[in-house]
Design a protein around this ligand. Sequence first.
Ligand code: OSB
Ligand code: MG
Length: 368
Amino acid sequence: IRIDSVEIRLVRLQVRGSFRASYGQRATSNRILVMVRAGDIEGWGECVAMEHPYYWPETVSSAWSTLVDILAPDCIGKVISDPKEEMLFPRVRGNQMAKHALESAIWDAWCRTNSTPLYSYIGGTTREVRAGISLGLYKTAGELCDEINKRLQEGYKWFKIKIEPGKDLDYVRRVRDEFPRLPLSVDANGAYTRDQIDTLKHLEEFGLEMIEQPFAPTDLVNHRELAESLATPVCLDESVVDFESARSLIELHICDAINLKPGRVGGLRESLEIHRLCYSLGFPLWVGGMFETNIGRATSLALCTLPGITLPSDMSASTNYFERDVAYPNFEISDTGKLLLPEGPGTGVEIDKDYIKESTIKVQRLPD
Ligand code: OSB
Ligand code: MG
């Protein structure tokens, strides 16, 4: 395909429900969507950057300028014969979420042009994905247990709960008392420091599936110490920023599992490299979520279909996040706790252009 033009737009979406993690509260959802035109085919990608830099350094506004000033101009006129073979922005450091937004739009356009579903293009073999759900911080452990009960009834079988200092051992103990055999992980989003390592070591007794990102992203020494002292796997999210960081973290025994988010590692190509490495080593790898719309969710769900990704993902029904989505179908949980990918080419979702137009705050077309 030849990239004829790129459209970068900021949409304002209505958030459903409330969600708090140690890094802060989820607010209104301004998101960047990227549309790439190649001939008469359009490909769509989502930038998962949030408005604040509390989870990750990029923000909606920093990603906007990276896309508009640097990445998109570089792509116009490019001819891409096979996106898997093409490193799109080899010289651009960082800015992973901006890169992923544009790269995924290009992969979608290529797959749609070639009548290939994205999941089979990248080597996936199934359309069924085991769902998991990530629950935020609640005022009380009782409220958290009520929420778990509700989600169990909806069909979820795999749970992750957020923790932070002061909302950890008591919360996990209470959940364990009520749900002794529930597959359960915790995610601290880096809220702990060295002097709190003993609290984290006490989590061992609860038989957790994983402890995700207890310490700050660059704090490798403490992660290694915790991973060495616990049988419970330590999983990293924010620390894994690209293929080379993943390889280092694995080879240096810093963690026991990796949460893969294509937006956080700079795209699908980088994600596939991480997957290839983990698969060849038998190293546990699963796919995390970023409250995506159905566009980003469909892209991430494609990664969940790769061989070796046997752990459930952090992919819950997309209807949990927005009052109305920008693409269809909505991914709904089945009785067996699974989500089903659409069959169509590319990400397989159908873009709701009217709603996108209605929700657009600003748009930049290149070339203008
Ligand atoms: O730490 O995995 C995380 C959402 C936004 C940013 C970071 C994280 C999360 C989640 C929710 O845990 C995942 C989802 O439901 O999409
Ligand atoms: Mg996480």
